[in-house]
Ligand binder design. Structure first.
Ligand code: MN
Length: 261
């Protein structure tokens, strides 16, 4: 992995990057040492904005630098801050993995349930998003992931068409996903707003953010063109790692993630 370049990152972003001991972290009391609050967070904050492993302009021309900067530094940061506020209001949640909260929102106290759903989901979804795109993306997956996509969808091209159609089918803000079902087979899924596939019993491998904030500066209303270009930055190795359970194993021991990749 090449070293993270900070040339396009602000001082604050640099600090956030170097402090990103955790993506979904903060959960699992035994690993709290891995959690480093971002400078913008309150001292008691438990979740941190994960660092990007590439500069803001690394995904051009597919995703422009300004969109990356605003999306990561403002939108994602706001979700992290909102999640931390919810945890402060219901501290008993701090010892539970974020995935567990999102998979069973009914177990979250009602006073913070919507905040965990929206901000916790926003943090979770965006961490996956940054992790599964990159400057070396595009092309096709290989190995088992490619074989399973062909089995499930007929061909890689058919998968891409179906994923694209799913992304276009989202009315308003939301996400389209490639997920695994509990039996390990692949499925497409969509979620509104910042809902996660976890709440529907699915494990997300790859998601395209179709909120307008993800593409409007460069593509305006042309969501379809944005989704076409999204495929040029998908990091299939990262998707395959999620498939192989590396990410989920890390998540379940509470450490996920110390890196975005
Ligand atoms: Mn977003």
């Amino acid at each position: 992995m090449p070293p993270i370049s900070h040339r396009r990152l602000s001082r604050r972003a640099f600090l956030a990057t170097s402090a990103s001991g955790a993506v979904f972290a903060a959960c699992g009391g035994a690993t709290t040492a891995a959690v480093a609050p971002t400078p913008a967070s309150a001292p008691s904050a438990r979740y941190a904005l994960p660092g990007l492993r590439y500069p803001f302009d690394a995904l051009e021309p597919h995703i422009d630098a300004k969109t990356m900067e605003i999306h990561w530094d403002r939108h994602h940061r706001a979700y992290v801050n909102g999640l931390n506020s919810a945890i402060e209001a219901a501290p008993e949640l701090a010892t539970r993995p974020l995935e567990a909260l999102l998979a069973d929102l009914s177990s979250v106290p009602e006073n913070v349930r919507e905040a965990v759903r929206n901000h916790g989901g926003g943090h979770y979804n965006h961490a996956i998003f940054w992790d599964t795109i990159g400057p070396d993306g595009g092309g096709l997956p290989t190995g088992r992931l490619l074989d399973d996509l062909v089995s499930a969808f007929g061909s890689f091209e058919a998968f891409r068409d179906d994923f694209h159609a799913a992304a276009m089918s989202v009315f308003g803000s939301g996400w389209a996903w490639l997920c695994t079902r509990p039996d390990g087979t692949l499925a497409l899924h969509t979620t509104p707003n910042q809902d996660t596939p976890l709440a529907d019993g699915l494990h997300p491998l790859l998601g395209v953010d179709v909120w307008e904030h993800a593409y409007y500066l460069h593509y305006q209303n042309e969501r379809g063109r944005y989704v076409d270009h999204f495929f040029e930055v998908v990091d299939w190795n990262a998707v395959a790692l999620r498939r192989e359970g590396a990410a989920s194993a890390a998540l379940s021991d509470g450490r996920a993630t110390a890196r975005v990749r």
